[in-house]
Design a protein around this ligand. Structure first.
Ligand code: SAH
Length: 391
């Protein structure tokens, strides 16, 4: 087997368990390099480091799959997927969950979402993509699913020399499925929805709004298929308006409201949140609760400042729409904006809006997307509820 030797001075990251090995961290390679193949990795002093898959086309030359001298074969993938499933069940996720959260589950570049009997997978690196048949077999054996769908229509695959692609990995099925969440029903379009079709990472946070929305007039922005807003109606809001820039999302959201017989209380409109929040603020509109869940504002370090400006702007506008003593529910899924930076940004927005804040809840993503210490990008979601009052 091909052997990869690391340089003497390598990042502490690798010792600490992070699975990525960049090309410039490698001293020498013994043997042939065939893209996607399993290689053995050794430290400079000859000690065994682990086994992983290699891709000379990628900046991340090797992604480690194990730190043990074990075989990487079909059984390996079966065991890992089964272990992840057992872990999800142990922490309370049964019906819907992120079954595999890449690096956090020691399956670098693999995402699997479970929507009751249906599975959506993403293989985002060449080496993981090559194991797709083994992954599908494991899912078949463990779950006997009604359907498996591949959402590999993701640009990052191109950094690995892979093409973008989506399609069935099982016999074809109706890709518009319905899932249950917190006693509500939601349509999930696994073929054309955003990412894998549904944002499971907020599934626990959606329950966190339960008490603050009772009897409230609620505004939600960046609603996608309306999950937070429909939860608000379910938990007793008096009226809910949801806005999203995508007409497709708004259609789905209105259908979801009807599916739950809450369409008298919650309505969705296709509008640009940045524009209307500003206009409505000027007009003096007021809400008891404003909820914001924008998409990631940046993926590169160069534009973090721009992302922060975006968060400040949108939260400031949101706060101005909140009645004295009302609540702001606000999220950020931008990986590079860490929790501390996010809270600081909200604080700055409050200062400019002349508001006082009281923290009610501050959470990360649901626990089926495990956070692993030392892997910064597993801790990506910030979810905050604050009471907002006039200064
Ligand atoms: N809250 C949702 C997820 C939101 S994803 C959930 O829990 O499922 C972010 C959404 O923001 C996307 O649906 C996208 O269409 C929308 N969006 C992006 N830019 C926008 C803008 N300027 N105004 C309103 N919505 C926008």
């Amino acid at each position: 087997m091909t052997k990869v030797y690391l340089k003497k001075k390598i990042a502490q990251r690798i010792f600490n368990g992070h699975p990525w090995i960049f090309g410039n961290e490698v001293e020498k390679i013994e043997g042939e390099v065939s893209p996607a193949e399993t290689v053995e990795v050794y430290y400079a002093d000859g000690k065994f480091c682990g086994k992983g898959y290699i891709n000379p086309k990628s900046q991340i030359l090797v992604r480690l799959l194990t730190r043990k001298k074990e075989e990487i074969n079909e059984q390996f993938f079966y065991d890992r997927i089964l272990a992840s499933w057992q872990y999800r069940q142990q922490i309370g996720y049964v019906e819907n969950c992120r079954l595999i959260f890449g690096e956090a589950d020691e399956m670098p570049a693999l995402i699997i979402d479970k929507f009751n009997d249906y599975f959506v997978i993403q293989t985002l690196a060449l080496g993981m993509d090559a194991w797709k048949p083994a992954i599908v077999n494991a899912l078949q054996k463990i779950f006997s699913p009604k359907g498996i769908y591949e959402r590999n229509d993701v640009p990052v695959r191109e950094l690995e020399g892979l093409e973008q692609h989506k399609g069935y990995l099982s016999t074809p099925f109706d890709t518009n499925i319905i899932i249950n969440e917190n006693g509500l029903q939601f349509r999930v379009d696994v073929e054309n929805g955003q990412k894998t079709g549904y944002f499971l990472d907020q599934q626990d946070n959606r329950r966190a709004i339960q008490h603050i929305v009772k009897g409230a007039k609620v505004l939600g922005a960046f609603t996608y298929t309306g999950t937070f807003e429909i939860h608000a109606a379910h938990y007793g809001a008096k009226s809910v308006l949801g806005i999203d820039i995508s007409t497709n999302a708004v259609d789905q959201a209105n259908k979801n409201a009807a599916l739950n017989k809450l369409d008298k209380i919650v309505k969705f409109e296709a509008l640009n949140a940045f524009d209307v929040l500003k206009t409505w603020g000027k007009e003096g509109r007021q809400y008891d609760v404003v909820m914001l869940d924008p998409p990631a504002f940046t993926k590169s370090r160069e534009t973090i400042q721009k992302a922060i400006t975006g968060y400040k702007e949108i939260n400031l506008r949101g706060m101005k729409l909140i009645k004295n003593g009302g609540f702001l529910v606000t999220s950020s899924c931008t990986n590079l904006v860490n929790p501390e930076m996010f809270l600081h940004t909200i604080e700055m927005a409050a200062k400019d809006a002349r508001k006082k804040l009281k923290q009610v809840v501050f959470n990360a993503q649901a626990a089926d997307h495990p956070i692993v210490w030392g892997m910064e990008n597993t801790n990506y979601l910030k979810f905050l509820i604050v009471e907002v009052s006039d200064r």
